[in-house]
Design a protein around this ligand. Structure first.
Ligand SMILES: [Zn+2]
Length: 86
């Protein structure tokens, strides 16, 4: 059987840097790069994609994976015209 391993098992070893979304331990440089100015990181490489992090997912608690992605990926965005055969 698989052991029930809590996500926060390494709390005693870490330096207090965690992803506020998934609780993963993150390096302070990750926070410096993607978190906000208060040292908060709302998304990390464990629970988000590099693209989302670059677009501000780590420093914006209201970052919306669907909306914020859609607005800034113009090159891959295909509008729906809705006029089919009918
Ligand atoms: Zn995370």
């Amino acid at each position: 059987m698989s052991a029930d391993r809590p996500t926060w098992a390494d709390m005693t070893l870490d330096d207090g840097h965690h992803c506020l979304s998934c609780g993963a331990h993150v390096h302070e440089r990750t926070i410096a790069g993607y978190g906000d100015n208060d040292g908060n990181l709302f998304a990390c490489p464990d629970c988000s994609t590099p693209r989302d992090l670059r677009q501000g997912a780590g420093r914006d608690p209201d970052y919306d994976l669907e909306e914020d992605r859609g607005q800034s990926t113009a090159s891959g965005y295909h509008p729906i015209f809705g006029d089919s055969d009918e």
